[in-house]
Write a protein that binds this ligand. Structure first.
Ligand code: SAM
Length: 122
């Protein structure tokens, strides 16, 4: 089974000049915890999560740019889901952007996508 078989193609993203408030509103509205940060031409620049927003509130940080994780882990659509699981396990993260060879984001794979897959076998 490949990443492309389980990735969500209708994902939501933000740009780095967005406000923390707007990113939070998007997370609540769309019921997601992870938002990839993308440039104007669709390239992956980082990720921001509800955990980062919690941290911003706790530390009174006001700029989204300051809480973005830039060293973002990702996978390619043609990789095996086991690879995605190992990356998530090794780095204690629960979502990975899926990118193409030009670093453009084409989907998201999350621990939920893996659970949904396992649930299908029951
Ligand atoms: N092992 C992580 C650490 O030491 O920072 C713990 C993860 S922590 C609960 C959540 C952090 O992981 C957040 O700052 C978030 O931005 C980051 N994160 C989530 N998904 C990520 C990804 N795909 N690549 C890199 N960082 C990610």
């Amino acid at each position: 089974i490949l990443v492309s078989d389980i990735m969500y193609q209708n994902f939501y993203s933000v740009s780095r000049d967005e406000t923390i408030e707007n990113a939070s509103i998007l997370m609540v509205k769309k019921k997601v915890n992870h938002l990839p940060v993308i440039s104007k031409d669709g390239k992956l620049e980082g990720i921001v999560t509800s955990w980062d927003i919690t941290k911003a509130v706790a530390c009174k940080i006001t700029g989204l740019d300051e809480i973005i994780t830039r060293n973002v882990k990702y996978v390619y659509a043609g990789e095996k889901i086991e690879t995605a699981s190992s990356i998530m396990e090794n780095y204690s993260i629960s979502a990975l952007p899926v990118i193409d060879s030009e670093n453009r984001i084409i989907g998201m794979v999350t621990s939920e996508s893996i659970s949904a897959l396992i649930g299908r076998f029951n």
